[in-house]
Ligand binder design. Structure first.
Ligand code: GLU
Length: 434
């Protein structure tokens, strides 16, 4: 039997990463098994599921490369089918009508639980069971005539011939009721896989209050869709070996539901940032250069003739596009800003100006100004003067770039060139040596 999975979000205008992780696991499982991945938009809440909200959802899926194999099913178009099924349940004695509370507001349709224990084997959580006594009958059609989530959800899964329902474990409790509905409707019960929650550092559900939580947040910060996909795939699943940065194909091959962990997965924004850096590093140098040029152009910085060497140096250590301008602009303009705190801490210290003067003298005397020569000269200088690297490199870096951190200093100096380095040291001394 062909596997058919689905993503069944209720669009709200924001796509939480927890939902997207469910979509990713559904997509991976369908691709792994050579099956189909479908989308069902559970848009019965017309106030929240606006056309805008649906557009946001589709764009997020598109950005993450979650292609679907059939036209999406919009739940709001299925109301007649849902109500017809409720009538069928009434006719077969699986449901009854009741005027809840006797308020005269009309009758709702109530599903009659079978009165037996219900058990199923969740592909992630294992065997789950609920005694009959703990399960009450429940409303499937409200007194205003609208179908309730449980009925709509189950009927649409039947309609879409879903074989594997993969979703967040906030739906575990619903599943017992859903299974009773499938049986009453005479439909085959799908397999279920309930995914562990995504939690914050305190073990609580990860939310906007903990940091970026919506797909759009990451997209607008310049994260790669592929990096976010890769990171979310590892929230609750691993390939069973050390691999973390993986291609789509590698993930498709390695993915399985039995290897999904049942314990909560902790969101780690720093790890996601690291992951993005790995994708940045793996870019074709020409693509990275194009990204740099785009960022610089937007900031009005004109890259000089040395640009491609600068980009090559920065590719290794850039994690987000927004880092590019602050970390490269000083290469292209002598008029860079000084990081005040760094100046305070590292430059305005006893003996630092003399050190800078001395090192300027050493650099001036170099016949070559390539990375290796500069590097040896810096090392020798530190050693011969009984200094520490921390006494020399930070002030020198600030003098030529205004910043406290950046890539290895020797290549930075070599790219800037001797004359420029000396001029910048002189300028820095003149400016801060009040
Ligand atoms: N619309 C529901 C949700 O987003 C569907 C859950 C499901 O069955 O996947 O929670």
């Amino acid at each position: 039997m062909t596997t058919r999975t689905r993503f069944a979000p209720s669009p709200t205008g924001h796509v939480h990463i927890g939902n997207m992780r469910a979509a990713i696991f559904n997509w991976l499982y369908a691709r792994h098994t050579g099956g189909q991945f479908l989308l069902r938009v559970e848009d019965t809440d017309r106030e929240r599921s606006t056309p805008e909200a649906i557009k946001t959802l589709l764009e997020a899926m598109d950005w993450l490369g979650l292609n679907v194999d059939e036209e999406p099913l919009y739940q709001s178009t299925r109301m007649d089918a849902h109500l017809a099924a409720a009538e069928k349940l009434l006719a077969t004695g699986h449901a009854y009508k009741e005027d809840k509370g006797g308020t005269g507001q009309g009758e709702c349709i109530i599903f009659k639980m079978p009165g037996t224990d219900i058990e199923f084997t969740d592909l992630v959580k294992g065997a789950l069971k609920k005694p009959a006594a703990d399960m009450a009958d429940f409303v499937i059609v409200r007194s205003n005539g609208t179908p309730v989530f449980h009925l709509a959800n189950v009927l649409d899964d039947i309609e879409q011939k879903i074989t594997h329902v993969i979703r967040g474990d906030d739906h575990v409790e619903n599943t017992f009721r859903h299974i009773a509905l499938y049986k009453a409707l005479g439909a085959p019960v799908p397999q279920f896989a309930h995914l562990p929650m995504i939690i914050n550092a305190q073990g609580k559900p990860y939310s906007k209050r903990d940091g970026d939580a919506f797909v759009g947040d990451f997209q607008s910060k310049g994260f790669f869709g592929d990096a976010l996909f890769n990171y979310l795939a590892l929230l609750g699943w691993s390939p069973g070996d050390e691999r973390e940065v993986m291609t789509r194909q590698e993930m498709i091959e390695a993915f399985d539901l039995v290897t999904v962990r049942s314990s909560p997965a902790q969101m780690d924004l720093r790890k996601l940032l690291w992951m993005n850096g790995e994708y940045m590093r793996a870019m074709k140098p020409s693509d990275f250069a194009a990204l740099c040029r785009k960022e610089l152009a937007a900031a009005g910085v004109v890259p000089g003739a040395n640009a491609d060497i600068v980009f090559a140096l920065m590719q290794e250590r850039t994690k987000l596009p927004s880092e590019i301008v602050p970390s490269t602009a000083f290469f292209f303009s002598d008029d860079f800003a000084y990081d005040e705190k760094a100046v305070e801490k590292k430059l305005l210290k006893e003996g630092v100006f003399q050190t800078l003067e001395k090192i300027a003298g050493i650099l001036q005397g170099l016949e070559q100004f390539d990375v290796e020569t500069v590097n040896v000269a810096l090392h020798n200088f530190v050693e011969q003067n009984g200094l520490k690297f921390g006494d020399v490199m930070p002030p020198l870096r600030i003098a030529v770039s205004g910043q406290q951190s950046g890539p290895d200093l020797a290549p930075v100096l070599a790219i800037l060139g001797k004359d420029n380095v000396l001029a910048r040291i002189r300028k820095t001394l003149a400016r801060f040596r009040a």
